[in-house]
Design a protein around this ligand. Structure first.
Ligand code: C2E
Ligand code: MG
Ligand code: MG
Ligand code: MG
Length: 289
């Protein structure tokens, strides 16, 4: 039976499209409620120092405990939150919750533990971002140097002069600034030098191929040596295997984060990991010179 291709496309795609739009609409209205109803949770993923094998920081990663759909990853709702502006109250909640949590772990004995927070583009453009962060630090008693704000290349490259101003304001507070997913966006070395950045996080897409693809190994190695020559530290993301870790150690990368050491975990499970003093094994660490 002959079908007109337009008709087929229509018949096939319309229900799909509706389902997508409905799901999105539902998530959007549910998200408005979720913010006030304790449905958002933070998981924490350890960042490990390659010189000592010890946990030195945590990245806070948001999840949504939806009453019908279960645990929803950020990839499915952060964009909706951005577009609706809900990211602003959500982002403020993330910052406050993570600072309170890390302060608690510091008091319990991890006195130098750092917390990484992902900032969204919308938050980065809020004129009162620096004063909001200052207020949360004041309120929670967390020292600014233990807060690491993760930005992306696209956020800082959109309007470079404005971004440098915002970054300088944030640096004045004493916080640490990181570029997340480094290597996936578009940023030029000449700008990188002008940004007051403390850390580059090598994107997991390069880390993943370290053992199989010589290009990925070369790119990861080049990011590390370039960062070091600019006085910037490096955290490798998405480290899953011992081979990847050993390569990064050999290239003098400072820290790793990834499933090899730990997935992002709820606070209660992080407490067990800290209490047990979990460390990276010696053979994966940087050799002393
Ligand atoms: P990201 O900041 O680059 O976070 C790293 C992502 O990689 C996390 O995904 C983490 O679970 C995942 N990951 C960590 N180690 C491994 C590994 O060894 N292998 C693999 N395959 N994946 C690994 P997640 O938690 O789904 O978060 C995705 C993205 O959502 C984050 O990417 C970040 O851009 C965004 N996000 C998460 N929490 C927040 C938040 O509180 N605010 C904002 N604005 N964005 C957030
Ligand atoms: Mg991040
Ligand atoms: Mg990343
Ligand atoms: Mg990312």
């Amino acid at each position: 039976r002959a079908h007109d291709s337009k008709t087929m496309r229509y018949e096939f795609y319309t229900p799909e499209l509706n389902r997508g739009a409905n799901e999105r609409f539902k998530l959007e209205s549910d998200l408005r409620r979720a913010v006030g109803q304790d449905e958002l949770v933070l998981h924490y993923q350890p960042q490990v120092d390659l010189r000592t094998g010890r946990v030195v920081g945590m990245e806070a990663l948001i999840r949504w405990q939806h009453p019908e759909f279960g645990l929803i990853p950020p990839g499915r709702f952060i964009a909706i939150a951005e577009e609706t502006g809900l990211i602003v109250p959500i982002g403020a909640w993330v910052l406050r919750t993570a600072c309170v949590q890390i302060r608690e772990w510091q008091r319990a004995g991890q006195s130098e533990l750092r917390i990484g927070i992902n900032l969204s583009a919308r938050q980065f453009e809020q004129h009162d971002l620096a004063s909001m962060i200052a207020a949360v630090l004041e309120e929670t008693g967390l020292e600014a140097r233990f807060l690491d704000l993760e930005l992306t290349e696209s956020m800082v490259m959109k309007d470079v002069e404005t971004a440098i101003g915002i970054l300088n304001d944030l640096k004045t507070l004493g916080v640490q600034l990181s570029i997340d997913d480094f290597g996936t966006g578009y940023s030029s070395l000449s700008y990188l030098k002008r940004f007051p950045i403390d850390v580059l996080k090598i994107d997991q897409s390069f880390v993943r191929g370290i053992a199989q693809h010589s290009n990925d190994a070369a790119i990861s190695g080049a990011i590390i040596s370039m960062a070091h020559s600019l006085g910037i530290r490096v955290i490798a993301e998405g480290v899953e295997t011992e081979e990847q870790c050993a390569y990064l150690s050999q290239k003098l990368c400072e820290e790793i984060q990834g499933y090899l050491f730990s997935e992002p975990l709820p606070a209660s499970e992080i407490e067990v990991l800290l209490r047990d003093g979990k460390q990276l094994p010696m053979h994966l660490l940087r050799q002393k010179q």
